[in-house]
Ligand binder design. Structure first.
Ligand SMILES: NC(=O)c1ccc[n+]([C@@H]2O[C@H](COP(=O)([O-])OP(=O)(O)OC[C@H]3O[C@@H](n4cnc5c(N)ncnc54)[C@H](O)[C@@H]3O)[C@@H](O)[C@H]2O)c1
Length: 417
């Protein structure tokens, strides 16, 4: 029987509701025991939501148990109802200081729903205290922060997961990764990933987001760190986690309508990145919070010597030689055939359950510190390269990041570049 993981939630703003629901959905594997936010009202609201959410679920499960059509279903519902009902007696402790929470509550893991500028510090502190960490995306603002987080967790022997929208936890992603890493599509040498929003900039076209989203010192960057991060994460997973070696990026801000708020807005609205990996593969990413591009195929494209992926569709090359009367080869006729992708006969957990299972086993979460560090190298490297107007190596990225003063800010960009 796996251990029920005691969770302390840090950061009780907009996205933390999904953490509350995410852990409540697994009553036999997780228990939210404490919440923490520097804004007391936010912490109070989430704590109340945990209690009311557990109470409502307990009631529904008890009623459903009475109508269950199998003994097994009845048992599961009854057991779940009992776990949710325990919240009423146990309560949820509320903190404004995460260090105090780490010291005074018995926790197995922390779940970070704070903005990117506050991911490294609590991750390193939690790891030192022997707690597993689930961190919101983006994992960090800079490659150095991501490396510190990963190293602290590895050193402490705790698991580090970060929220990547479940982009890897499905049959299709698993099957593509198998096809790429097993050699089915041959030598994978290049890939491309594009995703654009027409107008989808937080606090410019969409409202109700934290002001930090547009300030690179807090967020690390704009579209790259907010939406691009999901795609870059999926591509690294699908390619079998190759190590980036050089990065070249361009970044642009200047799409109408202009931001008219009073907060700092120094982040990119569009980015294009070219990455070379140590294994010889290379990849281009294009992302836009705001763009006027229509009719462009969006999604992932992976080029192999024996086949390819166009979106989630597998194509294998089945061409043959034309021969003359004597059987001599004349010319090769290429023929690309769409081929059904063999999906695995297994189910995939959601991102919270994936993390909880990793806490209880030797397995790593699908989106782990290793992938997160590589993704952050690409994001931070893209914006540094855009600023320097030249390709940079990952080695150089760490060197330049180390030259900056603390706290390490993101890479502000000038409008129109
Ligand atoms: N908002 C979204 O739609 C969304 C979606 C997916 C992921 N995310 C990610 O989730 C994270 C949080 O985003 P959000 O939109 O919820 O931000 P938010 O600004 O709404 O909430 C952040 C919360 O963290 C708290 N906080 C800040 N410093 C703290 C500290 N030192 N200790 C404790 N609490 C502290 C703030 O008071 C606030 O309540 C970000 O990394 C973001 O990229 C957000």
């Amino acid at each position: 029987m796996s251990k029920r993981i005691k969770i302390g939630l840090i950061g009780c703003g907009m996205i933390s509701g999904s953490h509350v629901n995410g852990y409540l959905a697994h009553p036999q594997h997780a228990e939210i025991v404490a919440v923490c936010d520097t804004v007391d009202a936010n912490a109070q609201r989430r704590a109340a939501e945990v209690l009311s959410g557990a109470e409502a679920r307990a009631k529904t499960a008890s009623e459903e148990a009475k109508k269950a059509d199998s003994a097994e279903a009845r048992e599961t519902l009854t057991e779940n109802a009992a776990r949710w009902a325990e919240y009423k007696d146990n309560g949820v402790e509320i903190f404004s200081d995460f260090n105090k929470m780490l010291k005074s509550v018995e926790l197995d893991a922390v779940s970070l729903a704070t903005p990117p500028f506050f991911h490294e510090e609590p991750t390193v502190a939690a790891a030192k205290a022997g707690k597993h960490v689930f961190c919101e995306k983006p994992m960090a603002r800079t490659a150095t922060e991501a490396r510190n987080m990963r190293e602290a967790c590895d050193k402490a022997g705790v698991k580090l997961a970060y929220q990547s929208g479940g982009t890897c936890l499905n049959k299709t992603s698993y099957a593509i990764r198998e096809a790429v890493t097993s050699g089915l599509i041959g030598d994978v040498h290049y890939g491309r990933l594009t995703s654009y929003r027409l107008r989808g900039r937080p606090n410019v076209d969409m409202f109700g987001f934290g002001k930090w989203f547009l300030n690179s010192a807090y967020s690390g960057g704009g579209t790259t760190y907010d939406t691009g991060v999901y795609d870059i994460n999926r591509s690294i997973y699908l390619l079998g986690s190759p190590q980036p070696t050089t990065i070249s990026g361009i970044a642009y801000r200047g799409m109408p309508p202009e931001y008219t708020g009073e907060e700092i807005n120094d982040v990119e609205e569009f980015v294009s990145v070219f990455v070379r990996f140590t294994n010889g593969m290379s990849f281009t990413y294009e992302h836009g919070w705001s763009s006027n591009m229509a009719g462009q195929p969006q999604g992932i494209f992976i080029f192999g010597s024996k086949g390819s992926f166009s979106g989630d569709k597998l194509f294998l090359e089945k061409g043959k030689w034309d021969t003359d009367d004597k059987g001599n080869r004349r010319r090769y006729q290429g023929n690309l055939e769409e081929t059904p992708l063999e999906l695995p006969d297994k189910s995939f957990p959601d991102k919270f359950r994936d993390f909880l299972d990793a806490c209880n086993s030797d397995a790593q979460p699908a989106s782990n510190g290793d992938i997160g560090q590589k993704v952050t190298e690409i994001m931070s490297g893209a914006l540094l390269s855009a600023k320097l107007r030249r390709e940079i190596s990952v080695e150089e990225l760490y060197e330049i990041e180390a030259l900056r003063t603390e706290p390490t800010p993101g890479w502000p960009i000038k409008a129109g570049i």
